[in-house]
Design a protein around this ligand. Structure first.
Ligand code: UDP
Ligand code: MG
Length: 407
């Protein structure tokens, strides 16, 4: 590839502590791209690894003219690593995939073929997925089902990183926080035509997974935040900006205030819910549920959305506002913790129906407090955790350090 020529294809691979995977993966990608027969670049984004990932990659890059390495100053997360890759990619077509050899580069030609049928985004679907059943596959099926209902984009496998994009489309999609799981839905906002194909998935051979069960809670909240994001966005007449005129805000504020008032009105339900415990558990639980729902709707929709509506004038700012995870607050841990209590309560229910409703309700209440904490932190997320590139070893054999890179 000549120095001035842009490649046709850019492969973006986020990696965090994948020292044993990067070399064999690069070789597989090279073989697949050579089969396609178009010019290509492979962008590895080292997301602040503390093993030898970066050393292995920089040695490899000295030998391979098509390899580029972006290194972050510290771990910023898979979404940020993908966003950096998309930003620096020069190809007309971009492909993203995991760096742990679970996705198979041999699927690249198939993805490109499908893209050529007239799509802007082709998603991989790991129909035969080789991950743990209870902690991975089950939550994933449920999450994909909810995402399909909430966003209206019925893709089987939002979480599969192996995807092909038209560059001009994906470069317009803002990616923050852990939004890489919502790329298909986000892409619809910029008018993308989306399709999917079945891809191969392998079990992880080297290194360990970077996510645990905690992701379930996060994805659930991201879906909520995402729904709000889309709802504000669909109110705007043209799909590039949000109407922030006085009249529009005044009109929307009426709606937001109704939500807020409903939150206050929910408090008597809470109090009476507890009083009714002694009389009837069923009534108590129902009242508590009404409390929780009203509080949830009121706080989330009223406060967060109206604030976002006032402050964010475009899709990108809005996405940033919502999705960036601000510094963790202790109250947020209530959510997952209390979900567990609800679960235990439900089990106790089978053994001893008398005390179980109380446990379940306490758990449920804690769950709401956790949700509240999470939403407040979304609403306060003003400081953005943008990634910081430490070094960029590009395909033209130049080395950029942080001063050379415009953030
Ligand atoms: N990853 C990353 N930054 C992170 C976590 C993960 O760049 O903070 C990368 C990781 O190295 C891998 C990909 O994202 O290439 C997917 O991660 P993982 O395989 O752990 O997820 P799983 O397959 O278990 O869902
Ligand atoms: Mg993996």
């Amino acid at each position: 590839m000549k120095a001035t020529q842009k490649p046709y294809l850019s492969i973006v691979v986020p990696v965090y502590n994948e020292e044993d995977n990067v070399k064999p993966l690069y070789e597989k990608i090279r073989t697949a791209c050579e089969e396609v027969g178009k010019s290509f670049e492979v962008l590895f984004v080292d997301d602040g690894s503390h093993d030898n990932t970066f050393e292995v990659l920089s040695e490899l890059r000295d030998l391979e003219p098509n390899l580029a390495v972006i290194r972050f100053q510290k771990n910023a997360g898979q979404t940020s690593a993908m966003a950096a890759g998309f930003e620096y990619a020069q190809g007309e077509i971009i492909i993203s995939m995991d760096g742990d050899l679970q996705n198979d580069p041999a699927d690249i030609p198939k993805l490109l073929e499908k893209l050529d049928d007239g799509y802007d985004l082709v998603c991989g679907w790991r129909r035969e997925r080789h991950d743990k059943f209870w902690s991975r596959r089950v939550p994933s099926v449920i999450a994909n089902w909810i995402i399909a209902i909430v966003t209206g984009v019925a893709i089987h496998d939002n979480g599969c990183s192996l995807k092909a994009y038209r560059s001009e489309m994906i470069k317009r999609v803002p990616l923050y926080g852990e939004m890489h799981r919502f790329i298909p839905a986000m892409s619809t906002v910029v008018g993308a035509r989306i399709s999917e194909i079945v891809v191969t998935h392998h079990p992880r051979q080297f290194g360990t997974s970077k996510y645990g069960l905690g992701r379930v809670w996060k994805v659930f909240l991201d879906i909520l935040a995402f729904k709000l994001l889309l709802s504000i966005f669909s109110q705007s007449k043209n799909h590039n900006s949000i109407d922030t005129s006085q009249e529009s805000i005044a009109k929307q504020n009426i709606k937001y205030n109704i939500y807020r008032i409903s939150a206050f009105l929910s408090l008597p339900f809470l109090v009476s819910g507890f009083i009714f415990y002694n009389i009837s558990n069923i009534i108590g639980i129902s009242l508590l549920s009404i409390f929780a729902s009203l509080l949830g709707i009121g706080i989330i929709t009223g406060t967060t959305v109206s604030k976002a509506h006032r402050e964010a004038a475009d899709f990108s700012t809005l996405a940033r506002f919502f999705i960036i995870q601000c510094s963790r607050r202790p109250i947020r841990y209530f959510g997952p913790f209390c979900s567990l209590i609800v679960l235990i309560g439900s089990i106790v229910f089978l053994l001893s129906p008398d005390i179980a409703p109380f446990i379940i309700s306490l758990g449920f209440l804690g769950f709401c407090i956790g949700l509240f904490g999470e939403v407040i932190s979304y609403a306060n997320a003003k400081k953005v955790n943008d990634y910081k590139v430490e070094i960029f070893l590009n395909t033209r054999n130049e080395v950029f350090n942080i001063e050379n890179i415009i953030q």
